[in-house]
Design a protein. Structure first.
Length: 191
């Protein structure tokens, strides 16, 4: 019995069924609110200085900020997040997916406080993609709805870009990458 099995047996009731659907719903709501009032986004970012001044909601709300505000790209990003989230929930169940997500959030938050800068949810979502690629490497998606590509090849290409950024990017990028991928290393490292 692995440590994850023991945790699930003891704390399985804390798993949130449909967690990714909830994240998608709030992200869509944030998109609409930011579209109506562009300044709304600044109230949700992961800003350590403002959190220390009492704005504790920022510890959670940054995960709902879309990476882009183009309507088409937001729609595609939310669809893809739903696609990988449903796959991960099928493979792991609600508890492990919730734990994976929360560990990634904690890592991102700790890195933001360590560097004193704003971090986004981009790396956290990327870690979900890599977990999905680990479970479903031969799943095919169609780039631009035309070109069939297996998830494992997209993951390798994305990993190459992340490694390039790790070696040439600033320390804050390295910290964001390592922090958000802490969940991936914890869940898949021993294998």
């Amino acid at each position: 019995m692995t440590w994850l099995d023991k945790l699930e047996r003891r704390f399985g009731f804390l798993g949130i069924p449909g967690l990714i659907r909830i994240v998608i719903g709030f992200t869509a709501l944030v998109y609409v609110l930011v579209y109506l009032n562009r300044g709304f986004e600044s109230l949700l970012t992961l800003d350590p200085a403002l959190i220390l001044r009492g704005q504790v909601w920022r510890l959670v709300t940054y995960i709902f900020i879309p990476q882009t505000f183009s309507p088409l790209w937001v729609l595609l990003a939310l669809w893809f997040l739903w696609f990988i989230g449903e796959g991960l929930e099928r493979a792991w169940g609600p508890f492990r997916l919730t734990l994976y997500f929360v560990v990634g959030m904690i890592g991102t938050t700790v890195a933001a406080f360590f560097f004193g800068s704003n971090f986004s949810n981009g790396m956290l979502i990327t870690s979900l993609f890599f977990a999905f690629a680990r479970f479903y490497p031969d799943e095919v998606i169609y780039i631009l709805f035309i070109l069939p590509v297996k998830i494992k090849w997209l993951a390798w290409i994305y990993a190459a870009f992340l490694m390039l950024g790790f070696f040439v990017g600033p320390n804050s990028y390295r910290a964001a990458l390592l922090a958000a991928f802490a969940n991936y290393f914890i869940f898949f490292g021993p294998e």
